[in-house]
Write a protein that binds this ligand. Structure first.
Ligand SMILES: Nc1ncnc2c1ncn2[C@@H]1O[C@H](COP(=O)(O)OP(=O)(O)OP(=O)(O)O)[C@@H](O)[C@H]1O
Ligand SMILES: [Mg+2]
Length: 265
């Protein structure tokens, strides 16, 4: 058995159980269930309006499901507010980039580390020895991440002046700075050119392989999903349409029909 098959035989890292979301009269998600296993890159696909972003927002706790549960390592995350998901190991990026535009790259990445530093205002002001140590640890972490994502040359630049592709990398750096177990990526390929998408795919795979991160990838870019995902879940009209390997999902007649009936392809 491969490493991935072994991981799949064990308990899931994340379990989505019968999740439904209703907005007014609209059923955006209707009883969706699937598992994410350690070390997987899971691609979440579906035509426009399928419910991908709604599910993503449930995982990052911006939306509260109307029914169902989401379990991380067997424990429900649904009572946890969105600003407290980083500390249990869920990191995310945003579809439209949500950085502090007037701060430097370095400071934006530093913000990411705070989710995992046990420090507060009083101990910061007292400058206790362990806080100084943790400051040193934060600096080391930030430097390591900047080097890993090749952002050292722009570390002191203000984010707002950087190209969109670089800003997306900074956002990835910020998410990784909290050492997430799961990284939620919302259309990371959006706005990137062909070459940039290829580089991004390689980077996502390296992050999974080298940093022990499990990845949920919500993406319209079929080429990217099919080339890097181990497992694909397809949604349509709020329901799970199919799941399996990229090849299985691509060949699924219901998936083909759903895409032919949409303006996506
Ligand atoms: N905040 C909201 N209020 C009301 N309806 C919503 C809200 N968010 C999503 N919806 C509706 O829920 C359904 C699913 O939307 P969602 O944004 O999750 O789809 P998606 O798969 O992300 O689509 P896209 O590929 O276009 O991003 C759609 O019918 C959408 O109009
Ligand atoms: Mg969406």
């Amino acid at each position: 058995m491969t490493q991935l098959q072994l991981a799949q035989a064990a308990d899931p890292l994340l379990a989505v159980r019968d999740v439904s979301v209703v907005f007014g009269g609209i059923v955006a998600l209707n009883g969706v269930s699937f598992d994410m296993h350690y070390g997987q890159i899971l691609g979440l696909i579906g035509p426009n309006g399928a419910g991908k972003t709604t599910l993503f927002n449930c995982l990052s706790r911006l939306y509260q499901p109307s029914a169902g549960d989401i379990l991380l390592e067997g424990r429900s995350i649904l009572k946890r507010p969105p600003h407290r998901i980083a500390e249990i190991g869920i990191g995310r990026t945003f579809q439209n980039v949500a950085l502090f535009p007037n701060l430097s790259v370095l400071d934006n990445v530093r913000v990411g580390t705070h989710a995992r530093t046990a420090s507060d205002i009083i101990s910061d002001s007292l400058k206790l020895a362990w806080v100084r140590r943790s400051e040193a640890a934060v600096n080391a972490k930030v430097q390591e991440i900047l080097a890993y994502l090749e952002l050292e040359s722009v570390a002191h630049k203000t984010v707002s002046g950087l190209p969109f592709g670089t800003q997306k990398r900074v956002e990835l750096a910020r998410a990784l700075a909290a050492d997430p177990k799961i990284l939620l990526l919302d259309e990371p390929a959006g706005g990137l050119n062909h070459e940039e998408v290829y580089v991004l795919g390689d980077l996502i795979r390296r992050i999974r392989d080298q940093r022990d991160v499990t990845v949920l990838l919500v993406e319209h870019h079929m080429g990217l999903v099919m080339s890097i995902a181990d497992h694909v879940v397809a949604l349509n009209f709020g329901k799970k349409l199919a799941e399996g390997t990229p090849a299985q999902v691509q060949a699924n007649p219901d998936v083909i029909k759903a895409y032919l009936g949409s303006k996506d392809q």
